[in-house]
Design a protein around this ligand. Structure first.
Ligand SMILES: [Zn+2]
Length: 241
């Protein structure tokens, strides 16, 4: 079931990037536009079966498809096992939004508001009905804190480097993360995200032998938020010492 949902999140990510195909119901090849048969559209299996190529035009199919399907299955299974049952629905929406963000940011360096800013009120609502382990005021503070933190980072980097180091989408993503996890979750997501992002950027720079590489920040923030939710009890005891 989680696998099928992961596969749906993939197509949702694709459709958010190409809004004109939003209402098309059948999946099709992005290169030759041919409708994909059901047996070539099975999660994970088909990608490996086709060796990552379209059956008719032989254009490569992005590795993001199996990657997103695998991480969705893994993350939802972990979420199901490690969170309290009554928090599952709200976290399910949160994780789905983060996965779509990872997909679109890795693909096109774009983050859609449909899976960030527009979900902030849903987080507030979930706290009111005790569907998240934080109060509504903490959710509101968390979202403002997240937006403000990255707004400062963006403004400072612009003043020092004279260029935008960060996209508007990152600000809205951290606002959404703050709404679902509060100011602490926001801070942990940013700390882990920056740490991961720095290490991976250095590795990419070393491999490509380039001084400047442009990498999306969204997936790292999302990974930080996922760590926080899954390891929340441990995080809270560690950071409150
Ligand atoms: Zn094709």
């Amino acid at each position: 079931m989680f696998l099928a949902w992961g596969s749906y999140l993939n197509s949702l990510g694709y459709r958010l990037l190409h809004l004109n195909s939003f209402f098309q119901r059948r999946s099709f090849c992005p290169s030759c536009k041919k409708i994909i048969a059901w047996y070539d559209n099975l999660p994970i299996v088909s990608w490996f079966n086709l060796r990552g190529q379209c059956r008719s035009c032989k254009q490569p199919i992005s590795w993001l498809y199996p990657f997103i399907e695998i991480i969705s299955t893994l993350l939802f299974a972990l979420l199901y096992n490690y969170t309290e049952a009554h928090y599952f629905p709200a976290y399910f929406i949160f994780f789905s939004a983060l996965i779509v963000t990872i997909r679109t940011d890795l693909d096109q360096m774009l983050i859609s508001r449909y899976v960030t800013l527009y979900l902030v009120p849903i987080a507030y609502l979930a706290t009111v009905y005790n569907q998240l382990p934080l109060s509504c005021s903490m959710a509101i503070i968390g979202s403002l804190f997240g937006y403000f933190l990255l707004w400062c980072a963006k403004t400072i980097s612009k003043a020092l480097l004279g260029q935008d180091g960060m996209g508007q989408g990152d600000l809205e993503l951290l606002a959404m993360i703050g709404a679902f996890t509060g100011p602490l979750g926001c801070w942990v997501a940013l700390t882990i995200g920056s740490f991961l992002g720095t290490i991976i950027t250095l590795i990419i720079m070393a491999i490509r032998q380039q001084r400047i590489v442009k990498i999306p920040f969204g997936p790292y923030l999302a990974a930080g938020a996922i760590f926080f939710v899954l390891l929340q009890p441990a995080c809270i005891s560690y950071f409150s010492i």
